[in-house]
Design a protein around this ligand. Structure first.
Ligand code: AMP
Ligand code: GLY
Length: 433
């Protein structure tokens, strides 16, 4: 089967790597891809939101399966576009339509969805532009830390957490009235602060049945010790020791099943990934957010831990025949470290030559922001590479991952040195305590 992956990040390189291993994979294309996907697939210069060109390309190359990596084309209706065209509607596609993608595209929708279906989540109230005074009064009654969330997609910047009530009031005004995040902040949620430790659970569903993939923890802040501004993600670890059988059973019964049943009850035909961001509050799972896709860099830690043929899983998902397929997990640990350009998540330079890529090592080097210029691979984004090391325990996986990182460099390279370290300490404490 010919397959097209949409996107250009480390997540899409990891998809390409895993899909390539399948006997069912014929010609593999990535639009637009990066220098990493170029080594295992054909990169196609089509933008992720150019549905017309994507559709024409699928017909020309007889694509049987489209895997949508990022959220924007899903929220903008790539599935709806394919379903509306007689020549495209039989092509299998991974990712929900516009209706399902609202789980990610609108925090107000997802909050109301969780309330309708009794799914544990932080309490919240939604405010509109004419309700700034009400929002200010409401903030007066809330106990800090105060959590403000823009309703729509805001490139990971739409969540603000502050101890300072006056700052929260100013921000909510900026969001609602000055449209700090454009349309994305035309509604704002004020949410209860959940205290705990985060973990993400990934579900693949055909709308009726589902499989739960290995869980992961990501590291969103730029600085060591979770300091500084938020990024797209600086690293990931899988498995997460506290997501044990008991915890995951709670997640499945209280969150996964009601989510999938809720989508069915609301007549939303959801075929794709659901990424559930959770807070573990003293052993009880609460949903922080849903995403309608896989995470980046979580995918780079999760896919190496799945033994199944990914194309078979994806085909079953898209065609509604997931039935009783089971996930076979690799028991090993994966640690993914993201290497970024100097200045990220602010302004950064591009075009720096990446050294060490030809050195052999036993890690996965997934490319994110890279491209080939005159035969040389250079940096072409904020997040440049994601390195995944595997090992029988977290310590070994970390050491392997960082040994892989040490072989790679460019001018101004930066990475966090503490990916997985918090889990390692907590895990050791739990063992000794
Ligand atoms: P989100 O964009 O919804 O994933 O939020 C970004 C980050 O903000 C999350 O990964 C959490 O670390 C934090 N966060 C969001 N909502 C809450 C909450 N209700 N309580 C505590 N932390 C939160
Ligand atoms: N790493 C977080 C995300 O993909 O949303």
């Amino acid at each position: 089967m010919n397959i097209l992956i949409i996107g250009n990040g480390g997540r899409e390189h990891a998809f390409a790597w895993k899909i390539r291993q399948s006997n069912s994979c014929g010609n593999l294309f990535v639009a637009p891809g990066n220098a990493g996907t170029h080594t295992m697939a054909v990169n196609v210069p089509i933008a992720v939101d150019d549905f017309h060109s994507i559709g024409e390309f699928c017909l020309e190359k007889q694509i049987g399966l489209v895997v949508v990596g990022p959220e924007a084309p899903l929220v903008n209706g790539i599935r709806d576009y394919f379903e509306s065209k007689p020549r495209l509607k039989n092509i299998l596609l991974i990712g929900p339509g516009k209706a399902g993608a609202q789980l990610e595209g609108s925090k107000d929708f997802s909050k109301q969805f969780m309330i309708r279906h009794g799914i544990p989540t932080a309490k919240a109230r939604t405010f509109h532009p004419h309700e700034v005074t009400e929002a200010h009064h409401y903030l007066d009654t809330c106990q800090p830390p105060l959590v403000l969330k823009a309703d729509g997609l805001a490139a990971g910047k739409g969540v603000i957490i502050t101890e300072d009530r006056e700052e929260a009031k100013a921000i909510i005004r900026e969001m609602l009235v000055d449209k700090k995040f454009g349309e994305a902040s035309s509604k704002v949620l004020v949410e209860e602060f959940l205290k705990g430790i985060e973990v993400s659970v990934f579900v693949l569903t055909d709308g009726k049945d589902y499989v739960i993939l290995p869980e992961a923890k990501d590291y969103k802040r730029i600085g060591v010790g979770d300091t500084g501004p938020n990024t797209g993600g600086m690293g990931a670890v899988s498995p997460v020791y506290f997501a044990d059988e008991v915890f995951l059973k709670k997640v499945e019964e209280r969150i996964v099943k009601p989510t999938i049943n809720g989508l069915r009850k609301e007549n939303i035909d959801y075929r794709g990934f659901i990424f559930i961001g959770l807070m573990n509050c003293s052993g009880e799972p609460f949903v922080i957010e849903y995403n309608a896709r896989m995470g980046d860099p979580e995918t780079q830690a999760v896919l190496p831990r799945i033994k199944n043929d990914l194309v078979e899983l994806l085909k079953a998902t898209a065609s509604g025949s997931l039935g009783n397929l089971k996930i076979e997990k690799d028991a090993r640990y994966a640690t993914t470290i993201v290497m970024v350009s100097k200045g990220y998540p602010g302004n950064y330079d591009k075009g720096k030559i990446i050294k060490g890529l030809e050195t052999s090592s036993d890690v996965n080097v997934f490319h994110a922001g890279t491209k080939t210029v005159e035969g040389k691979i250079v940096t072409d984004g904020g997040r440049v590479l994601a390195i995944t090391g595997m090992g029988n325990d977290l310590q070994t996986a970390r050491e392997k991952g960082y040994a892989g990182v040490a072989k790679l460099s460019w001018e101004g390279v930066y990475f966090r040195t503490d990916i997985g370290l918090d889990l390692l300490s907590l895990q050791n404490e739990a063992k000794s305590g």
